[in-house]
Ligand binder design. Structure first.
Ligand code: PLP
Length: 378
């Protein structure tokens, strides 16, 4: 077998595999983005967005990858006259810090080593000082395969009156995000993760409080301008029309499956992946209790670099997984199992890993990883 992008088992940490219905939805002739048909599409998307977020609120669609949503939120909600707290324990936490510092000169960053949980006590202590206007956190740190426990900080953030701004790019439709219960004011989702739409759109949920607090940020990503246009199912600038068509279809698929069912499947795939990693004699990168359900990050096998491992998976078995990012480049590999990923994807991937490690004389017990998955199948 050789690598074939059309048939590959595609398990990177997002973008994820796209359902053929979603792909077909994009093959429409050009549409007038100011015409009734397209406004109807936007209207349908607006009705479907609460299915994705599991909550109602002010919800927006931005043409641009997930980072555009982050830039929109931070530039227009990070307060100018109060301190902003940034919480960071991975590559995307560090990027949050970079973005927020473009828009505020009063930022305190609380960090934990990559792969370790955030120090909730330290967050509480900073909030108790009473001058924090916003807290920015990555819910699911895709770079290290870790889900941050927002329940450990949400009541304190709420109690402090600070805006709670969450990067949910790989969390939304992947792990439970309790927007209302936790009092989240803004959450950004990426189209290419749990939703399984193509990359290139950011979906933003705002609380009423956040919508009222918007101040002008960047011009292109001005959330107030987007909200105003959206009232008429319109966008301020030319939208990525084919991606909107794909988004509508991906949201319909999610509605048909149900958000709870998608989260449950993602969780079961994650549990099976973690058990299979143990059976391969490998170890998870993040602290196990905090391992993410959307992506499993695994330390490289001893004596085998992930670049080499991934090359064999790709060229010999037509399977794509992902390497590490930033400081973890060359140290870990990551298997994404969100969106429409399913049991056959895991079986074939771990079968190939068993074979590769077996050939290298590094497999503790043949068949165990596959058995670990089969035992957890529904
Ligand atoms: N934040 C998180 C948690 C992510 O996983 C990603 C992408 O993987 C991003 C931010 C950046 O999103 P994008 O590459 O879509 O701009």
């Amino acid at each position: 077998m050789t690598f074939d992008p059309e048939t590959t088992t595609f398990l990177i940490a997002g973008p994820v595999r796209i359902h053929p219905r979603v792909l077909r939805a994009m093959s429409m002739p050009s549409l007038n983005h100011r015409g009734d048909y397209f406004h109807g599409v936007v209207g349908e998307i607006r009705e479907l967005l609460p299915v994705l977020f599991g909550a109602k609120g002010r919800q927006l669609i931005l043409s641009g990858s997930g980072t555009s949503g982050l830039e929109a939120v931070y530039s227009s909600l990070v307060p100018k006259d109060r301190r902003t707290l940034v919480l960071s324990n991975g590559n995307f936490g560090e990027r949050t810090d970079l973005i927020v510092r473009r828009y505020s000169s009063s930022v305190t960053t609380i960090s934990a080593p990559w792969g370790q949980p955030l120090p909730a006590e330290q967050v509480h202590a900073e909030l108790a000082k009473g001058d924090v206007g916003a807290v920015c956190v990555v819910h699911n740190e895709t770079s290290v395969g870790l889900a941050n426990d927002l329940t450990a900080i949400a009541p304190a953030v709420r109690g402090s009156g600070a805006l709670f701004l969450v990067d949910g790019i790989s969390a939304v439709a992947g792990i439970p995000v309790e927007i209302e219960k936790w009092g989240i004011d803004a959450v950004v989702a990426g189209s290419q993760k749990g939703l399984a739409a193509p990359a290139g759109l950011a979906l933003v949920h705002l609380s009423e409080r956040a919508a009222a607090a918007l101040h002008p940020g960047t011009f292109y990503l001005d959330l107030a301008a987007h909200l105003k246009s959206l009232e008429k199912n319109d966008t301020p600038w030319t939208p990525a029309v084919p991606l909107f068509l794909a988004l509508r279809e991906a949201l319909l698929l999610l509605k048909e499956e149900g958000l709870a069912t998608r989260l449950e499947r993602t969780h079961r795939l994650a549990e099976a992946s973690r058990a299979a990693v143990d059976a391969l004699g490998l170890s998870l990168f993040p602290e196990r209790r905090h391992a993410s359900d959307t992506v499993t990050a695994i330390r490289n096998p001893e004596g085998l670099g992930d670049a080499e491992l991934r090359k064999v998976l790709e060229r010999q078995y037509n399977i794509l997984v992902q390497g590490g990012q930033g400081a973890l480049t060359g140290k870990i590999f990551r298997i994404g199992h969100m969106g429409i990923a399913d049991w056959p994807d895991l079986l074939v991937t771990f079968a190939a890993l068993e074979r590769i490690l077996g050939k290298a004389g590094r497999l503790p017990a043949p068949g165990r990883a596959l058995a670990a998955i089969v035992e957890r199948m529904p």
